[in-house]
Write a protein that binds this ligand. Sequence first.
Ligand SMILES: Nc1ncnc2c1ncn2[C@@H]1O[C@H](COP(=O)(O)OP(=O)(O)OP(=O)(O)O)[C@@H](O)[C@H]1O
Ligand SMILES: [Mg+2]
Length: 608
Amino acid sequence: MKNKISQLIELVRSLVWILKISYSINRFKFIVRIFVTIFYVVLPIISYWLLKQIIDTSLVLKSTSIDVIKPVLYLIALKVSFDVGWYFLDSFLEGMFKIMRFDLEAYFAVVMVKKLNQMDIEFFENSNFLDLKQKALDTYSWRTTDMLNIAFWSFYNLMQIGVQSIIVIQINPVWLILLFLFQIPAIIILLKIGQSAWNIWDADSTTRRKYTYFSNLFENLSYIKEFMLYGVGDYFINKIRQLIGEFHFNQKKIERKRVVYGFGGILLSNFPGLYITVSLLIMLINRQITPGLLTFYLSNLAAFSLALSNLVKNINYGYEANLYIKEIRRFLEMKNKIDNVPVLDPSLSTSLEVGMTNNYEIEFRNISFGYPNSKRKVFSSFSLNIKSNQKIALVGENGSGKTTLIKLLCRFYDVQKGKIFINGVDINNIPLEELRSRFAVLFQDYVGYDLTVEENIAMGAIDKINKRKEIINASKMAGVLEFVNKLPNKYQQLLGATFEGSEQLSIGQWQRIALAKVFMRNSPIIILDEPTAAVDAKTENEIFNKVMSLIKNKTVLMVSHRFSTVRQADEIVVLKAGQIIERGDHNKLMKINGEYATMFNIQAKAYN
Ligand SMILES: Nc1ncnc2c1ncn2[C@@H]1O[C@H](COP(=O)(O)OP(=O)(O)OP(=O)(O)O)[C@@H](O)[C@H]1O
Ligand SMILES: [Mg+2]
């Protein structure tokens, strides 16, 4: 019982939440809908009253001559106009319902992606969060609009019940109590079913996520190619069939229950109506009420019962919808772990101000870090100092921590111990947006958009989307210019394979576009994680000569497995299992004749 009450409180909270949102989207519509609903409740009662008058007046008429029946005709005309008015309100409300639904859907469509856009990276690697995200994304578009309608219809039902109760109480207060009492079993049944429907849905969220994952594979060309070559498509189709079967099996069970028990509840709730009808008939026979009054009471009674059972249904829907809404709210209210200072302390700003300084030094001091979803440490007491305007190359075998170091610098994750400094300022004291604006990063898993060449490159500095000159300049540096000029629409060429008229690029060409994006960004620190892995050797050489000569006054951190590129760096840092094992320029490291020299020689031999 306590549980039920707390759930009811939760429901009220969600109703208030959704009403507030709807009100904030459009106050005018919201208020109009409330007023229209009030009229929608009152008009039928006036109409019932007019019917009573029509019947009772007609019964005492002595002839059908026009003069005699005129008052009745007036009453009929009045009743018809009220009825027409009600029908008008009915379709008006229907229209409002749809329009407000669209508004709410549009609102949430934006709110959901905004939320995803600012969540910590860590969440996207956490299965609990992914389940919650899946639940929220699967249901927000209809559960939120459902909730809004439930709120409005419950308001309507409550108004109806309130007004009708006044009428019922006039005849017999006990009837009112009976009418309410007999609804209780129906409420309990419906609530129980709602809870189990959700339990199933909740338990199945991992199943659904798997299902989504497997289905999405079929939308990805890279996977389709593998399915064809290895003939494994059917393997995944079977998985999908199995998952959807599992998921629906339990749901079907619940729906069957809902029909059977729901019917029982409704049957029970109709008993008082039967009893009251008989009592009213007896009153009529005893001449305690007129036939008109009988119709008036019966109409009101029918409306009252309907309102009551609709309210129960609405509470039940609301209760069920709230199980989902709660999760949507939980998702939207999730707090990031990476805390963001709102503003940079003015005393620190001079050392970081763009324009004030072009010298950016980076220091990792005694950092320890392991990924949140793993027990292994990637770094323990790791330190590295990068002087301003230095061109540093990070090398080391796969998994040694090169990419992780870059992610820590961007604060995609926070270190567990130690500190990272930029020009002596702890990066935790720099607002995230400001921190990230100091870097131009090309990640190993770079992305391209199915947009135009121009837009793709401008993603590096979106405010320069109309600066053609700068876009061309960045293209030259990244070796994009030569192939863009061969595209039918040059810089306006739509790329990718999704939309009509687009041209697909090769993987190396895409990587060059991604590199151009980095050059677009006028940031003092450039970070390149295997920027030319897919680029041919000749272009790579050209790109690096340009990088080295054109960006003299920038700090560059570069990861590469290609030693012909690496050797041009001012300093080379060799990582192994999260530790620096060698450090120096090419000549120095060759002299040491350690790990670097070995790797270099293997590659050199292969080329010769
Ligand atoms: N998101 C993640 N969650 C958990 N562990 C991760 C994650 N990303 C990387 N790791 C682990 O951290 C270690 C370092 O990975 P990192 O990506 O930094 O290597 P890398 O030096 O960039 O390798 P590569 O040359 O293959 O790019 C590896 O052991 C890897 O398994
Ligand atoms: Mg890497």
